[in-house]
Design a protein around this ligand. Sequence first.
Ligand code: CTP
Ligand code: MG
Length: 239
Amino acid sequence: MTAQHPLRGDVAVLVPAAGLGTRLGPGAPKALRELGGAALLVHAVRRLAQAPSVGCVVVAAPPGRVDEVRALLDREVPPGVTVDVVEGGATRRESVAAAFGAAPLSYEIILVHDAARAFVPPDLVERVAAAVREGRAAVVPVLAVVDTIKRIDESGHVVATPERSELRAAQTPQGFRREILEAAYRAAGDDATDDAGLAEQIGVRVFCIPGADRALKITRAADLAVAEALLRDDVANLG
Ligand code: CTP
Ligand code: MG
């Protein structure tokens, strides 16, 4: 309405959701496991779609489950937000690349968000998008680490103890100008555990913004208990 108002719907979010959830224990692929009556992926997509910047969501589904995932997400997003589902790959990187390939070229701001971070606050999505819109090439939400982190060698001995105050834990959504993410994925590097890591490998300066406790990655069974508490809290806040 006013010149200062941020652009709305100018962001596409890629959602890798094709992982097995091995560390969670036996069961369905992690993104399809239910909490509070809905799959983790559904919780994630609902929250992404609540962020006004998001105009498009592209999900990389577990192999062979594209139609099922499409049906799950039908009617989960408000009018004006499009959802597409493609088949994911054997690695997170392949899944992100598959989703990226299906994102409309008109989106110049691309976020990548793990389905496993199912309770991401829409406000965090907005803050990442805003930082890219304001000119940052690559943006990653981070939290201070609570544990002291050790670098170790193959024999199990400590090699170094990095200064904790200089360390941060990286979350998602991570945000990129389209051409930056494109170049990062085109480059050969293979050993990054997140998308910002791939951008770093091609020399991009990655900008950090404050992350959110609620954007925790559901990885092990104990994380499900935390997630359940977050969900109860959300429901209570809604009324
Ligand atoms: N992911 C993906 N495709 C893969 C592997 C992972 O899309 N081949 C996604 C997961 O679905 C998840 C995100 O990447 O949303 C982060 O991965 P992680 O938390 O490691 O999930 P999983 O790989 O499913 O879990 P695990 O490593 O315990 O098997
Ligand atoms: Mg994994």
